[in-house]
Write a protein that binds this ligand. Structure first.
Ligand SMILES: Nc1nc2c(c(=O)[nH]1)N[C@H]1C(S)=C(S)[C@@H](COP(=O)(O)O)O[C@H]1N2
Ligand SMILES: [Mo]
Length: 259
């Protein structure tokens, strides 16, 4: 049997050495983690106020995280817009639940119904909406099914509509629900997204009144949400503090459906 010389280690020795190195590395990491925990544990507590009880460095991290998300998702955050030259000439028609071509619908006799308290209903004609200030937007419309398209819409800002019809008290509620006239399709929207400055009650696409398949006479254009929330052919609007029913949320899609 050959005796191992000093440089040549036996297999067993090699294994032992590796074990030793692995354990050593583990011990160093564990010591680091322990030191980190001890550092946090020994850090002073934050001054109690609206929040309290967290270590100062931890609260600093939490606050920065919140600030980051608020900057990204705040009401003031604007969806990116594009020049008119980039807007699609042929705007894709996706689905037609509640607005099926076979169903009878006369846009001329349509009126938007706004359900107010005590059963009172405010009726608004398209002619009246056309007299309000018009806002246009060209943005990338995104459908959850995977397609997106830059498109050009025009109409009345939902927030201008609220002001014009003195619905401010209703807009203090948490949600707004919208349904097609036949109630076949319906969405629920959180109020801050509805009141977002880019949210429109749209009556135009590419500077012309909406065709039926895009939701004539009036549809919702809400750029902070996926396509599913952009209800075509609004029949009625209802304000509430509880979540209104929502067609795709009932099928398991995210209720918020924000971008
Ligand atoms: N009434 C009604 N509105 C609707 C839908 C629908 O089926 N019925 N589909 C939604 C979906 S999933 C998308 S992506 C957009 C598509 O709008 P467009 O057909 O104008 O492209 O409308 C939304 N609004
Ligand atoms: Mo969609």
């Amino acid at each position: 049997m050959k005796t191992p010389n000093k440089k040549e280690l036996t297999t067993e020795q090699k294994i032992n050495r590796r074990n030793f190195i692995s354990f050593g590395a583990f011990a160093v990491l564990a010591a680091g983690a322990f030191e980190g925990w001890r550092w946090l544990y020994k850090s002073p507590e934050e001054t109690a106020g609206i929040t309290g009880g967290a270590r100062k460095p931890l609260r600093r991290a939490l606050n920065n995280t919140e600030l980051f998300f608020r900057r990204v998702f705040s009401d003031n955050h604007m969806v990116k817009t594009y020049p008119k030259s980039m807007a699609a000439r042929r705007v894709r028609v996706n689905s037609d639940i509640g607005i099926e071509a076979a169903k009878k619908f006369d846009p001329a006799t349509w009126k938007l119904q706004v359900n107010k308290k005590a059963g009172e209903v405010l009726q608004v004609s398209l002619q009246e909406l056309l007299t309000l200030p018009k806002t246009e937007i060209i943005y990338d419309f995104k459908c959850v099914e995977g397609w997106d398209q830059i498109s050009h819409w025009g109409g009345v800002k939902f927030s201008d509509f609220v002001k014009h019809f003195k619905l401010e008290d209703y807009a203090k509620m948490d949600y707004v629900g919208m349904e097609t006239p036949d109630k076949g399709y319906y969405v629920g929207i959180d109020m801050s997204s509805a009141m977002h400055p880019q949210t429109l009650l749209a009556y135009e696409v590419n500077e012309k009144l909406l065709p039926l398949e895009h939701g004539a006479p009036l549809r919702l254009i809400i750029p902070v949400k996926y396509g599913i929330k952009n209800l075509k052919r609004i029949g009625n609007i209802t304000f509430s503090n509880t979540r209104p029913h929502d067609y795709w949320a009932e099928q398991g899609y995210d209720y918020y459906s924000g971008l």
